[in-house]
Design a protein around this ligand. Structure first.
Ligand code: AMP
Length: 308
């Protein structure tokens, strides 16, 4: 745990509910929540006092059980757990998408406190991209298909912000969710190529009906939310076909589309069955592959995937 002291310049949030009584009966709070820093210099001062190894969980906030699972994993493996909370304007295709992204810092800090996070970097846009910032990170082939094709510039924005986060925080390990499977591959490629950090993939956390947890789920109307359970059902149908010995990729993709077609509110962007490493579309499946999809429910676009 990092103690706030001279030169750190951070603050601790009021985290009612997360503060517990000391187990020794002395009555004082035993945990005061994470140290919250904003500027790069506050961050550097806090990091100088942080015990290693340091695990980082990068997030855009509006935290849910998915990101919590990353914090739990980081906590188990790190002397210091840092979380970044930054809604990165560079990775949004439209101003309205950025505008409607849900935000609540007080709620996020309470969750970080519950998960035993030591340090939160919650920078402003000008702290991440100071005046004169003029660098962009573009990852090659793995960033091109699927989300890269559907959302031009998205992965360049993601890679650039993650390069800043990893460069400024210099974690030993950085934790990312398999829910965003292509993002995970893009970041792992970059982190290896630029010698930035070890990337740790973490399994997707789902709602009881199979819907992958996502900050975007909050935008679903009740009927859309119910309909969205079809995504996991469709992926499971595809995987079951593969498990039964089907090797023709298009047959599997078609079976997934057929399940999605049973749900009138689902508008399919793509269904992909691709090589697990390169994400190139397959004709035949004879090794590890990624079954993934992007589907719109009203104005909300959801992605999900399963390894097959
Ligand atoms: P976000 O705040 O949406 O950028 O997500 C922060 C991190 O949490 C990313 O590495 C995501 O892949 C991961 N994540 C998001 N949703 C889930 C989930 N349902 N299960 C596991 N990890 C997730």
């Amino acid at each position: 745990m990092i103690e706030a002291g001279d030169g750190v310049g951070g603050s601790r949030p009021g985290t009612e509910g997360a503060v517990t009584e000391a187990p020794d009966g002395q009555g004082g709070p035993s945990f005061r929540g994470p140290l919250v820093v904003r500027t790069r210099s506050e961050l550097a001062a806090a990091l100088a006092r942080a015990p290693r190894p340091l695990g980082l969980v990068p997030t855009m906030g509006w935290l849910h059980a998915g990101q919590r699972s990353l914090m739990v994993r980081a906590r188990a493996e790190s002397a210091t757990v840092a979380v970044s909370i930054f809604v990165n304007p560079r990775q949004f295709g439209s101003p309205s998408d950025l505008e409607r992204y849900p935000r609540s810092e007080a709620r996020d800090l309470a969750i970080c406190a519950e998960e035993g996070v030591d340090l939160v970097w919650a920078p402003g846009v000008e702290d991440v991209y100071p005046a004169g910032f003029d660098t962009s990170v573009r990852v090659g082939a793995v960033a091109r298909p699927l989300e890269g094709a559907a959302r031009p510039g998205h992965f360049e924005g993601v890679a650039t912000v993650v390069a800043v986060l990893l460069g400024a925080i210099r974690p030993d390990r950085a934790y990312f969710g398999m829910k965003d499977a292509q993002q995970l591959r893009v970041i792992a490629r970059m982190a290896t190529d630029l010698a930035l950090a070890t990337v740790v993939p973490c399994p997707t956390v789902r709602e009881p009906d199979g819907l992958a947890m996502s900050s975007r789920n909050v935008h679903l109307a009740p009927d859309e939310r119910a309909a969205a359970a079809v995504l996991h059902r469709a992926l499971l149908a595809g995987r079951a076909l593969r498990d039964a010995g089907e090797g023709d990729a298009e047959t599997i993709r078609t079976a997934v589309r057929e399940v999605l077609a049973t749900e009138p509110l689902a508008n399919v962007d793509y269904v992909s069955l691709a090589d697990d490493g390169s994400l190139e579309e397959l004709d035949r499946v004879d090794g590890p592959a990624l079954l993934s999809l992007a589907v719109r429910f009203g104005a909300t676009r959801l992605i999900d995937n399963l390894a097959v």
